[in-house]
Design a protein. Structure first.
Length: 131
């Protein structure tokens, strides 16, 4: 698990949908289909065709954007308490939110790096060593 977290942090690489280890680029392009390379528009899901004749399928991109790799980063953080693991989580969260046109400023980061709506009562970040 720690090795998988290091691959996420160091190479933006993790397994997706049984296709094996995939490289998502630096910076990660959250709207690029990792199989076909198609860059999908940021539209309401019902307005997007499910697939195209080039083999691209929006469901692959949706799976990427479900952020399943966050579980690996979170588990690694619990085990090693390394700041870099938590920071990578926040970098991916912030990058993901910044691409959503309707998110606006509802996801401003608190002083500790946590998304504001996840800030517990009292205003302290859930990750105490991320400052």
């Amino acid at each position: 698990m720690l090795e998988a977290a290091q691959l996420i942090k160091g190479g933006h690489s993790w397994p997706l949908l049984g296709f094996g280890q995939m490289d998502f680029g630096d910076p990660i392009q959250w709207n690029r289909d990792p199989l076909s390379g198609r860059v999908w528009p940021l539209h309401f899901y019902a307005d997007i065709p499910m697939w195209h004749s080039d083999g691209s399928d929006i469901r692959v991109l949706w799976e990427l954007n479900r952020l399943g790799h966050f579980l690996t980063l979170a588990k690694a953080y619990v085990v090693n308490r390394r700041r870099g693991t938590a920071e990578e989580f926040f970098v991916h969260s912030k990058a993901g939110v910044s691409r959503i046109p309707w998110a606006g400023d509802r996801m401003e980061l608190c002083d500790g790096g946590c998304p504001a709506q996840h800030k517990p009562a009292g205003g302290f970040c859930d990750f105490p060593d991320v400052k």
